[in-house]
Design a protein around this ligand. Sequence first.
Ligand code: AOS
Ligand code: ZN
Ligand code: ZN
Ligand code: ZN
Length: 424
Amino acid sequence: MLIDKNAIASHNEKLLPQHEKGFAYLMGMQPGVEKVIRKLIDFQVAIPSWALGTGGTRFGRFSGGGEPRNLEEKISDVGLLHALNRSSGAISLHIPWDIPGDAAKTKALAAQYDLRFDAVNSNTFQDQPGQKHSYKFGSLQHVDKATRKQAIDHNIEVIRHGIELGSKSLTVWLADGSCFPGQLNFRKAFQNTLEGLQEIYAALPPDWKVFVEYKAFEPNFYSMTVGDWGQSLLYANKLGEKAYTLVDLGHHLPNANIQQIVALLLNEKKLGGFHFNDSKYGDDDLTVGSIDPYQLFLIFNELVEGMDARNMDHANDLGWMIDASHNVKDPLEDLLQSVEAIMIAYAQALLVDTGSLQDAQQNNDVARAQEILQHAYRTDVRPIVAEARLRSGAALGPLQLFRENKLRDALVKERGERTVATGL
Ligand code: AOS
Ligand code: ZN
Ligand code: ZN
Ligand code: ZN
């Protein structure tokens, strides 16, 4: 491990006097802080294995040094993140980008870092070397039965890997769709996809969930077979109680009201989880909270309100995952920023005075309702988030510590200057 308890302790000692001032001020201003801290400590966000290397764009890829070269190194990177913030206690794998050679060993390695395996992801959007049938014209929707069967078998294989690792869910994201009018019979594509998903669903262990991720466009630009939350919800309802919709924040048409979608899916008991990221134009997969932190707060506000109304466990009843990829930032620094942004939005949502908000809504007091939400949003909760980290043995300033201790340089020394992580 690149960072030990002593390094974190001496970093915290240095930052403590300043932190205590900020925290004491908030404690004096804001009721309910202790409760928020307990919730923050329990809340864990899963790191996707594919975000640990430089992502690139379709025009180029500028790899940074010291990227993880295999699954063991990816787990070690997430272990490092988790040691720094104690809020990244899970990893989400993508098959076949990550194939655990020896599952028992992989599981033991993750346990050393106090990590569990979140949703496993299948991949039928690329052809793999030696693959019999091509996914050029789709996978589960494909006009050819043998291609569909291959995609189904792959998903069942991914479930098998997940079972060995102790994962409890499968995320299915399909690139299926069409690029030109007339290319596809929409009804047949939907039906083929449904039948494929039904076979995959039948292979789920009793305590598993399947997440059906939707996306409005890309790589297909005329139609996507799971194109929005309506289509995803149709599939999830037809499949059964183990099937849920997964919301990736970047997968909507411009200006979509994602918070309303989230509220309604939650109410239907069909919200499965998230791929957090941020975007300005499309599926930009930018750092969470980097473009529109207010939207992120409004989403968390719906989550907290909706989950509390149904007595749900914030930490465990939904899948909290990041889905991001970058060309210009150190991936580990970016992930520290993303987790921090999620914790900030969650803390702000927990501070919303729900009773007063309901009262304002009941009285059609629109201005007051806005004031209540924005009071929470404009509260600088960073000392609360830092206090939660301090109490769970993490660093007061994870990013600062990452830089001060030159952790990337250490990774480069260990792994080399010219590394390319497997994946995107
Ligand atoms: C693709 O746009 C989706 O967000 C998927 O979640 C995908 O599996 C992931 O981004 C890795 O490629
Ligand atoms: Zn996604
Ligand atoms: Zn995406
Ligand atoms: Zn995305």
